[in-house]
Design a protein around this ligand. Structure first.
Ligand code: DGT
Ligand code: CA
Ligand code: CA
Ligand code: ZN
Length: 570
């Protein structure tokens, strides 16, 4: 490694390599070293500050798991870019061996054996797999990237040279995961702005710097690209670097047919490089010049948006302000569930809902656990919640203190592996409506899983299929379901599909939202908040809905209270 700025991830990897080297030397003799280096690697990986910063402040040894010995070697590493001790230990081991160790189930000994005695083709394939994994792991969840970008944009907007600043790329298109952050600035002094940008206090290094672009690396392996143009061409810049790549390729083809050529500077009448360039202040003018209606960034994925823009048939997308309530909230009201309870009281949540100007919300705690409760006890617990909700609604009716008019008595119920629900009929009757979701047995296979879900949805009180694929971004793939069948059932039986706004979920995914919209299946938005602040995540669910071409009509919680109550009776 050349640079002296090591990220925590790089350091953790290095410490693991050292542990592996000891293991290869003599597993018994170096038992303690192996444990110490592995523990240190774990500690570094989970440290909340960058190790290099801690070292700068002389606080390296305060990290639990880093003793004086390892601290000394790391110190040398930060100072010179190398540690003699680490280099000596690792020098005779091929770097590929360390790479192979990143795959689950492969230790250093297996890795060495594969390299020395195994099929070279297989080794190459495995190494490719490692590269793929690393690429995947480096994508950041949207809310995290949005937060980091917000800070950088705030910093940029302080500079008097910065006239406008906007997000670009996948962040502006609100994709669920972000590879790197891209930002646009309108300025007449690009050099000064780029200079100022590379001095961003949290920047670990400048990756590249030119006349109109610069890239920096932030803690957590997050890269930020900045692009600039003067105000006169700012629209072209926004358009060009918002992408997506596929949208731009399709747009370029359309332009070619008209004899035009596109770039971040504007549109040329001919392909000759010196021909006059038409500049655009806004994207709207840019699209108009090509004969297209303005296309919202969330739609720019080349899935038919250009044709629709030509024919003036783009959807009028739902906006955050259209949302009149939240359909998945977990309060701290204790109904003896085996899942996680919320952390905020019903009162705190209602206060927050008023701040968000909602008309209604649903309390959807997890169902009481079957362990330790028989059916009659479950019904008793649900009665207690019903009474509490009735009391709240009584006082809401008589006090009129905020926008909230009503709270609904709901429940998020597990779908058991055979599709039954762990709540008896008498318990269901106490609810206004219920959500059902998959929290276990994720590998049933498509047919059984579909049958399981349809069985649960068939219950009359059940109206919403919550976080329907059960995916966890960067953690777990979604379950397999026969979507045409599920959608068809929902359409015929007035069931709704949730767009869960939890940043880890964003589920229903945008491509399936699009399918639902095409078929006329209605959806609900829920934050799955387990704390009142989680209710702010609604914006991310709205982004998913927009990426799926949803209009207000497609989303149930854009209805006002009386409209919604009518729908509940259907
Ligand atoms: P990401 O970063 O993987 O989440 O996805 P994007 O869409 O942000 O991709 P990125 O950062 O590589 O590029 C930003 C956008 O800029 C991309 O959507 C298409 C557009 N673009 C236009 N010209 C170019 C080019 O020459 N190179 C790249 N990489 N992107 C370009
Ligand atoms: Ca990007
Ligand atoms: Ca980029
Ligand atoms: Zn859930």
């Amino acid at each position: 490694m050349e640079s002296k700025t090591f990220t925590n991830l790089q350091i953790a990897e290095l410490l693991r390599d050292v542990a592996a080297s000891y293991q290869l030397k003599d597993q018994n003799k170096y038992k303690f070293q192996i444990i110490a280096y592995e523990r240190a690697a774990d500690a570094v990986e989970h440290a909340s500050s960058e190790l290099k910063d801690l070292w700068d402040d002389g606080k390296l040894e305060e990290v639990p798991g880093i003793g004086p010995g390892i601290a000394e070697h790391l110190s040398e590493l930060f100072k010179t870019g190398h540690s003699k001790h680490f280099d000596n230990l690792t020098k005779d081991i091929p770097p590929e061996a360390f790479k192979l160790m990143e795959l689950p189930g492969i230790g250093i000994k297996t890795a060495m054996k594969m390299i020395k005695e195994g099929d070279p083709k297989e080794v190459r394939e495995k190494l490719k797999e490692v590269a793929e994994r690393n690429k995947k792991e480096k994508r950041h969840l949207l809310p995290y990237a949005a937060m980091v970008a917000h800070e950088v944009m705030k910093y940029l907007s302080v500079s008097p040279k910065v006239m406008r600043v906007d997000p670009l790329g996948s962040l502006r298109r609100q994709a669920s995961t972000i590879g790197d952050i891209d930002i646009a600035v309108a300025t007449n002094d690009s050099v000064a702005v780029l200079d100022y940008f590379t001095k961003y206090p949290k920047s670990q290094k400048t990756i590249e710097k030119g006349d109109r672009t610069a890239s920096i690396l932030l803690p957590g392996e997050i890269r930020v690209d900045l692009m600039t143009q003067p105000v006169e061409s700012y629209g072209s810049l926004l358009q060009h670097f918002t992408g997506s790549k596929h949208h731009n390729i399709a747009l370029r083809e359309l332009a070619l047919k008209k004899g035009l050529s596109l770039s971040e500077y504007g549109i040329r009448r001919s392909r000759k490089p010196n021909s006059k360039i038409q500049k655009f202040r806004t994207e709207k003018e840019f699209y108009k010049y090509l004969g297209l209606d303005y296309i919202e960034p969330e739609l720019r994925e080349d899935t038919g948006e250009i044709e629709s823009a030509k024919e003036h048939k783009l959807p009028s997308l739902i906006e955050l302000k259209d949302v009149k309530g939240d359909f998945q909230i977990h309060s701290s009201f204790d109904i003896e569930t085996s899942h996680d309870l919320g952390q905020s009281s019903m009162e705190e949540i209602i206060k927050k809902a008023n701040e968000l100007s909602y008309e209604y919300i649903a309390f959807t705690e997890h169902n009481p656990s079957q362990k330790g409760h028989d059916d009659s006890q479950i019904v008793e617990i649900l009665k207690r919640k019903r009474e509490n909700i009735d009391k709240i609604n009584y006082s809401l009716k008589n006090r009129h203190t905020g926008s909230i008019q009503k709270v609904f008595n709901s429940l998020e119920i597990d779908i058991l592996s055979d599709g039954r629900l762990p709540v008896p009929e008498k318990g269901l009757e106490l609810l206004d409506f219920a959500l059902v979701s998959i929290h276990s047995s994720f590998d049933l296979g498509k047919d059984l899983m579909t049958k399981r879900v349809l069985t649960a949805l068939a219950q009359p009180k059940v109206r919403i299929f919550a976080h329907p694929t059960a995916r966890k971004l960067n953690e777990r793939e979604g379950v397999e379901l026969n979507w045409p069948e599920i959608f068809d059932f929902c359409l015929k039986n007035n069931k709704w599909i949730e767009i869960n706004s939890d940043p880890m979920r964003l589920d229903l995914p945008d491509n399936l939202v699009r399918e639902a919209v095409k078929l006329g299946v209605k959806m609900t938005l829920g934050t799955d908040a387990h704390h009142k602040n989680g209710m702010d995540n609604m914006a991310f669910g709205v982004s998913v809905a927009r990426r799926g071409w949803a209009e207000t009509g497609d989303i149930i919680n854009t209805r006002n209270l009386s409209e919604f109550e009518k729908l509940l009776k259907v």
